[in-house]
Design a protein around this ligand. Structure first.
Ligand code: AMP
Length: 287
């Protein structure tokens, strides 16, 4: 396994599969690697905690960094190249600044951002995290320019991100095929996430309710008489029983200790984001 810290060292490989990550790797990330190995000759994984996609009050400096364990997992998974850039390798504009990484990146005016499509970004996580998806688009575009993969793999765990990246790639005519991968879950159903390690034992026990509520709301929506009559779940958001099911679900979650950011249907899926203590969890399910 080759470890690369500077873009100048990146080899050119014709059938290269790419899995961009922020590290603190778990089996969900490795499932993307496994999928890529089925389709591609060689696999590159990047680990880069992108300061540009964190808001000023978010967890950039506290985001888990477990590089030794990450490298061990990637080696075991048979990854060929690991790209571990410094901030200045991705954002050379910030090289001469003396302020901290997070400050200089958020106040950097020279930095040319790629904007996320506002129709896709101005909902769900985009409302509570202004600028987040511009930060994601900017880093993914720069990583694609450096790695030049044939295919790139993204998890449905971050479904809105997946939609936004697909749109960006089409709009900018970037020659990378975007492959989506299903959500990998813990045995009890909790979606795997780097942020799950922030949860206390008690919070971890409660956290599974997020997925259970998604299943419950899905079942109520699909079995409501209105839905059965319409037999067209793409218009499901129009029905009143959906609102009632969602309302009750939010009440149950808040009672269990969650602070729900949203529980909504879009793109024929149901999406949830909620805070448990200081940890923000997201999940989604196809209807
Ligand atoms: P992150 O390191 O959180 O930026 O995630 C890197 C990639 O792994 C993204 O495409 C995520 O959607 C994907 N991913 C994270 N968790 C999971 C999971 N539980 N199942 C599938 N993909 C995941």
């Amino acid at each position: 396994m080759q470890i690369i810290r500077s873009k100048s060292e990146m080899p050119r490989i014709p059938k290269l599969g790419f899995v961009p990550t922020m590290g603190a790797l778990h089996a969900g990330h490795i499932s993307l690697v496994e999928k890529a190995k089925q389709d591609c000759d060689q696999i590159c994984v990047s680990i880069f905690v992108n300061p540009l996609q964190f808001g000023p009050n978010e967890d950039f400096s506290k985001y888990p960094r477990t590089i030794d364990a990450d490298l061990e997992l990637l080696e075991k998974a048979g990854v060929d190249i690991v790209y571990l850039p410094e901030v200045t390798d991705i954002y050379p504009e910030t090289r001469n600044s003396s302020s901290s990484v997070a400050t200089r990146i958020s106040t950097e005016t020279e930095l040319e951002k790629i904007h996320a499509n506002p129709e896709l970004a101005n909902k769900l996580c985009g409302l509570n995290r202004p600028g987040h998806f511009d930060g994601v688009c900017t880093v993914v575009k720069r990583l694609f320019d450096i790695v030049q993969p044939q295919r790139a793999y993204f998890g449905e765990k971050d479904y809105q991100q997946l939609m936004i990246i697909r749109e960006m790639v089409n709009r900018l005519k970037i020659p990378v095929e975007i492959i989506s991968c299903p959500i990998l879950r813990e045995a009890d159903g909790l979606a795997m996430s780097s942020r799950n390690r922030y949860l206390s034992a008690e919070e971890r026990r409660i956290a599974v309710q997020l997925y259970q509520e998604l299943l419950k709301v899905k079942s109520e929506i699909l079995h409501s008489p209105t839905t059965a009559q319409k037999r067209d779940i793409s218009h499901v958001s129009a029905i009143a029983s959906e609102g009632e099911a969602i309302h009750q679900s939010i009440a149950r979650l808040e009672k269990a200790g969650f602070k729900v950011d949203y529980l909504e249907t879009h793109w024929n899926r149901i999406f949830i984001a909620a805070k448990l203590g200081n940890t923000r969890l997201i999940d989604n399910l196809a209807l």
